[in-house]
Design a protein around this ligand. Structure first.
Ligand code: KG4
Ligand code: ZN
Length: 344
């Protein structure tokens, strides 16, 4: 089954073609960084305008790279839930037009489901239910128990900033541009992670929640007091603080839920230190870690097509009337989207 997946949740216009839920035939992402960089964050109106400009080209490129035409599609899927409303609308309208013109099923996907399914797409045989999923991005940081296809239980989430959002804000303060996670990782490679003892918020609390908003103040305080600092050391120490908290809370969740499989998803899941240290810490406890392919971590259309392959079989197709919703429940869960568009 060949599915076209579309994601226009925030500031990436993306379309991917996936066969049978895991064979990625193409995954085209058009980034809007340049259009937003002058504002230090994503501007919703500009995002919608850029999606409108790019969506047709991105879909055409995805089909071309896969070597197929619209007539070869068995279904079309779109992230219609959770994100910037005007951005979502562009993808939803495009998907509906294709479903109508090609007379194929339409599948609406919650954006978080795309992130959750990226590990399952990468390990379609080995990753069995139930499993724990750490979904860590610019808009979310949450721990979910994934019971079955489409059945999730929220174990913990961030009480303020998402991990990626905190990295983005600090990177902006350090003059590293937007988004900042990748820039911080690059700098951190030449830094000393023990140079600064940044806080590990809530790491010892017995709950499974996170808090990352205090990190920016901690970093700014250090910089304000220092006569001299190496940006590489700041980046490495910050990255280590974030990874320590993510790893500790994820392992606590796996142990308290007695889950022996951990999946990772979301933009921050591309981070090499997180991938390495989570896998190593879990292995010590006999827990297996399932990392998503790097191309499936930050927002992309292929993860939407992959999720749709499974969810179409479990939930069926959606009507042409599905809405686009900025904040939408994930199954029966209420999950808050941390709006990354706040530019200040
Ligand atoms: O999944 P995503 O594309 O969008 C949301 O759903 O939010 O995630 C974007 C986030 C940004 O906050 C970005 O800074 C972070 O992923 N990110 C990284 C890295 N690359 C992107 N964080 C840490 N290390 C990276 N290499
Ligand atoms: Zn995302």
């Amino acid at each position: 089954m060949v599915i076209l997946g579309i994601d226009t949740t925030c500031d990436d216009t993306s379309a991917g073609i996936v066969e049978n839920g895991h064979q990625i035939r193409s995954n085209i992402v058009s980034s809007q960084y340049a259009a937003h960089s002058a504002f230090g964050g994503v501007v919703p109106m500009i995002a919608a305008r850029e999606h409108t400009k790019q969506i047709g080209l991105v879909m055409r490129a995805a089909l071309q790279e896969a070597g197929i035409g619209f007539r070869d599609l068995d279904a079309v899927a779109v992230s219609n839930d959770q994100g910037l409303l005007l951005s979502l609308v562009v993808g939803v309208a495009a998907a509906k037009s294709i479903a109508l013109a090609c007379d194929i099923p339409l599948v609406g996907i919650h954006h978080l489901e795309g992130h959750i399914y990226s590990a399952l797409m990468t390990h379609p045989e080995a990753l069995q239910f139930p499993f724990l999923c750490l979904t860590v991005a610019g808009g979310h940081t949450l721990l979910l128990r994934v019971e079955q296809h489409g059945a999730y239980r929220l174990l913990g989430h961030t009480r303020d900033d998402a991990a990626g959002e905190a990295l983005d804000k600090i990177a902006r303060r350090l003059g590293l541009g937007f988004p900042g996670g990748a820039a911080i990782e690059r700098l951190a490679q030449q830094g000393n992670a023990a140079a600064y003892a940044f806080p590990r918020p809530m790491i010892h609390e017995r709950n499974l929640d996170f808090s990352f908003s205090g990190l920016k103040t901690a970093v700014v305080n250090v910089l304000d007091k220092a006569d001299h600092y190496r940006l590489q050391d700041v980046a490495a120490s910050l990255q280590q603080a974030v990874v320590d908290v993510l790893v500790a809370k994820t392992l606590r969740a796996a142990e308290s839920e007695q889950l022996s499989r951990i999946a990772l998803g979301g933009g921050v899941a591309i981070n090499s230190l997180l991938r390495k240290q989570l896998s190593a810490a879990a292995a010590k406890k006999g827990i297996q870690t399932f990392l998503p392919a790097r191309a499936l971590c930050t927002d992309n259309g292929a993860m939407v097509a992959g999720a749709a392959y499974y969810l179409l079989q479990h939930r069926g197709a959606d009507p042409l009337t599905i809405p686009a919703r900025a904040n939408a429940p994930l199954g029966r869960l209420q999950v808050q989207y941390r709006h990354p568009a706040k530019y200040r």
